[in-house]
Design a protein around this ligand. Structure first.
Ligand code: ASP
Length: 349
């Protein structure tokens, strides 16, 4: 063999080992603005979930340099239309994929409206240390300066990064990495819509350069008390939004319609108008689990303070916002109706 052939063989060997070294990342698409399409690139009018996973991935060929990619369509909806059936389908598919030796991580393309709830749900029910990364966009795929392609590139970079392991589900948006329990959408249209008000972001990702600065400590994935394999259906949990001159009617309707739990988005430190407080006390007496949270957007709802939780039978949401408290209460009730046990879930997850 001459020198040239030896060199060519060596180059081929190195190239194939490099290719083999690339992580295998599954991209599951569910819809959202990231898959949205509009009439004009200068208009905010568009339809969520209009483009397929293949079309979205074709717009970011650069991801093939960092990982071996496989795409799969789970649904194609605006995330405001998310329901229990798709939630369970998504969670079961992620669980199934992450048990495979040839899958190193998943990226879930998802609408931004309810991304925080689904990320927290998956973070609590998937038994895997592998990266689970949610990504979306605030501008549709047909908008001028669409943020989707770079967000996807960054999300794949995070999913391919070993440091993303054992951190529960993550949300990658606008160059930031957020932990599922902490992140929330705090703006209707701005590309910097996602923040973690109580703790801050846990990392950054800039054109694929990933840096982590902290890790979530509350129980998630491997250490969580919940497992998607045990869950076949989800109990009804409603959120009721408190305000001055409130009424107890919505609480009564929730109970009549079969809610097993009610999260109340209370005023300030979870405070309630007297009529609503009385209706919630009655619901609690009837066995419905009532969790007080806050409509302020940050901080924890203290036990006691201005509401006599011990007397009224209420639990508090710690520092979870109402929509996150709803996710945890759904899972808690899928496992137990014991109030002391549910209180423990809120103190640890
Ligand atoms: N309504 C859209 C959704 O949540 C918004 C978005 O994706 O940004 O699917």
């Amino acid at each position: 063999m001459n020198l040239f052939s030896k060199f060519t063989l060596a180059a081929l060997f190195i190239a194939s080992s490099l290719a083999a070294a690339k992580p295998n990342i599954y991209i599951l698409a569910t819809g959202g603005t990231i898959a949205g399409s509009g009439q004009s690139e200068l208009s905010g009018d568009y339809k969520s979930g209009a483009k397929s996973v293949d079309e979205l991935l074709a717009a970011v060929p650069q991801i093939n340099d960092i990982a071996t990619i496989k795409g799969e369509q789970i649904s194609n909806i605006g995330s405001q239309e998310m329901n229990d059936e798709i939630w369970l389908k998504l969670a079961n598919r992620v669980s199934e994929l992450l048990t495979k030796n040839d899958v190193d991580g998943v990226v879930i393309m998802y609408g931004t409206d309810t991304m925080e709830e689904t990320a927290y749900f998956l973070s609590l029910v998937i038994k895997s240390k592998k990266p689970i990364v949610f990504v979306g966009s605030m501008r549709s795929s047909t908008s001028i300066s669409a943020d989707g392609p770079l967000n996807i590139y960054n999300a794949v970079s995070v999913a391919a990064d070993k440091n993303a392991r054992e951190k529960g589900a993550l949300v990658v948006m606008n160059d930031e990495i957020h932990a599922a329990r902490e992140v929330t959408k705090t703006n209707t249209t701005n590309v910097a819509a996602f923040t973690s008000p109580n703790s801050g972001k846990i990392g950054t990702v800039n054109y694929g350069v990933v840096n982590f600065y902290m890790a979530p400590l509350r129980k998630h994935t491997i250490s969580s008390d919940f497992n998607i394999k045990d869950i076949k259906a989800l109990p009804r949990v409603d959120i009721i939004y408190a305000h001055p001159q409130d009424v107890g009617d919505f609480v009564e309707t929730a109970v009549q319609k079969g809610a097993k739990g009610i999260v109340v988005a209370g005023m300030g430190n979870g405070n309630l108008y007297p009529d609503t407080e009385a209706a919630l006390a009655k619901a609690s007496e009837a066995g419905v689990i009532v969790v007080r949270s806050s409509r302020t957007g940050s901080g924890s709802t203290s036990v006691g303070s201005e509401v006599d939780d011990a007397k009224l039978g209420f639990l508090t949401a710690d520092n979870l916002n109402p929509q996150k408290a709803r996710v945890l209460l759904i899972l808690a009730l899928s496992k137990s109706s014991d109030k002391a046990k549910i209180k423990e879930f809120f103190a640890t997850h």
